[in-house]
Design a protein around this ligand. Structure first.
Ligand code: GLC
Length: 464
């Protein structure tokens, strides 16, 4: 079947998205935990970066001398931005030094503040699509941070007394604002240092994080006790990726496991989903895969995270192959390994142009429902990319799916021997169900931060 025909088929399938949005409103309650913070977003030009480099008196060789991907001094912030700018990549480095945070506030500033952290971003997304009650875990919620939550009465967090109230109204006076600087730069901007030119190959971002609470996995006991008494339909977990071995991260994960197990036991009908997220520390990454993922019903990952996981489960060769040739076929082989290793019932990969779900036969969400959820997520993600927000949920409704998505779906069809996969989106692999959806791509996305979190969570709650 040729591409125009396939596009027509998918355009028809995507019609269902409008009615999925009504079905989502039937969901009574969902929760997100554990990480929510403020993202201070700033677009930086090459010219401004050059000023900062000069102010900090950094030579080119100093800029390139990176010993650890961590921020100990103000100069490290500049080194991180420079690295991501010249390679067009995304990285997040952490600082534990309050004086660096104060300097960033003064010297870097920001264009806007918005909710950040997987938990925070997903809570806003779930409230926007109209889930009746969304509960966001927050370990710190001063007024400035609370105000980043949507001003909606279906989005709750907990005040000092432990009462659930609309999150935007919370004002925990003793709490501190946890701020992550999202420093974005544009493709093709040119930086010149010591006569050498660096042209940014891809619009991307460097994240400089000051967050003493999320880095220690501090949990709000009020939230937890509420969860133990009030089962949710969906729980979206994240935030383990911010831990480090230096900070006893592995012990922190061990420490929270009994609570997670208890939570699961008390909510047998809840779907627990883990958004794995980019985890720099390999010890932590391994602990997440070995210990947290197996407790979940579902996990969500992107291309990079798939490769990173393969590296810590003894699949270095396959990781290398996926890194060199990042196709759906290679990544699918990776997903199969991760599924075998974690035994998690449902895995969803979101890659450029394609979403792919591999799940146990008989899992409580049917393949057809998954397909509808994934198309719902793709439509809303396109709105986010195209308009910078998801306020207009159906902005991308009726647009065609991308060529690259169809090509990837087709090669996966060949690789798995499921000839109709690129048309139907539903196939099988071994004893599992395989669901693929080519997505709507936006040529020049206005924003990328939090995209993966939005896709995973909306695919899940939209799967009805
Ligand atoms: C990481 C960052 C956070 C950002 C999020 C987006 O958790 O720390 O600042 O909002 O990723 O996915």
């Amino acid at each position: 079947m040729d591409t125009p025909e396939l596009k027509k088929i998918w355009k028809e399938k995507y019609q269902v998205v409008a009615s999925q949005l009504d079905k989502i409103k039937e969901i009574k309650a969902a929760a997100t935990a554990f990480n929510a913070n403020i993202d201070a977003v700033i677009k930086i030009s090459a010219a401004r970066l050059k000023e900062l480099i000069d102010e900090q008196k950094l030579s080119l060789s100093e800029l390139e001398d990176i010993k650890e991907t961590k921020i100990n001094t103000t100069q490290d912030v500049i080194k991180g931005i420079f690295k991501c700018f010249k390679d067009g990549i995304a990285e997040e480095w952490i600082t534990e030094d309050k004086s660096v945070y104060d300097w960033m506030n003064k010297a870097i500033g920001y264009d806007r503040l918005q909710i950040g952290g997987q938990g925070g971003i997903v809570a806003n997304a779930l409230a926007t699509v109209g889930i009746q009650k969304v509960y966001a875990h927050t370990n710190s919620l001063p007024k400035l941070q609370a105000e980043q939550f949507l001003k909606r009465d279906n989005l709750y967090s907990f005040n000092e007394k432990g009462e659930p109230i609309p999150a935007y109204l919370v004002d925990r006076k003793d709490d501190i604002a946890l701020i992550h600087w999202i420093i974005e730069f544009d493709k093709n901007d040119v930086l010149e240092i010591e006569g050498k030119k660096f042209k940014c190959p891809k619009s991307n971002r460097f994240i400089a994080t000051y967050d003493p609470l999320n880095l220690k996995l501090i949990v709000d006991k009020h939230f937890m006790s509420y969860m133990h008494q009030n089962p949710m339909e969906y729980v979206i977990l994240s935030g383990f990726h911010a831990l480090t071995s230096n900070n006893k991260g592995a012990a922190l994960i061990d420490g929270i496991l009994p609570d997670l197990k208890k939570w699961k036991e008390q909510s047998p009908d809840t779907v627990f989903h883990l958004e794995v997220a980019s985890t720099q520390d390999k010890v932590i990454r391994k602990a997440i895969i070995d210990k947290v993922a197996p407790l979940m019903d579902s996990i969500g990952i992107n291309e990079r995270e798939t490769i990173d996981i393969l590296e810590v489960i003894g699949e270095e060769e396959l990781a290398k192959k996926c890194q060199e040739i990042t196709t759906s076929e290679n990544l699918f082989a990776g997903i199969v390994k991760i599924k075998e290793k974690t035994k998690v019932a449902r895995i969803q990969l979101h890659m450029f142009g394609l979403y792919l779900t591999l799940q146990d036969k008989g899992f409580k969400i049917t393949p057809e429902a998954n397909l509808r959820g994934m198309m719902t997520a793709a439509t809303i993600a396109a709105a986010k990319a195209g308009t910078g927000s998801i306020d207009d949920l159906l902005w991308a409704h009726g647009k065609e799916v991308s060529d690259v998505g169809l090509i990837e779906a087709d090669s996966l069809a060949w690789a798995t021997g499921q000839n109709d996969l690129a048309q139907t989106g539903i196939g099988r692999y071994r004893g599992w169900d395989l669901i693929v959806v080519p997505t709507i791509l936006i040529e020049k996305p206005l924003t990328l931060v939090g995209m993966g979190d939005t896709i995973s969570s909306l695919s899940l709650v939209g799967a009805r």
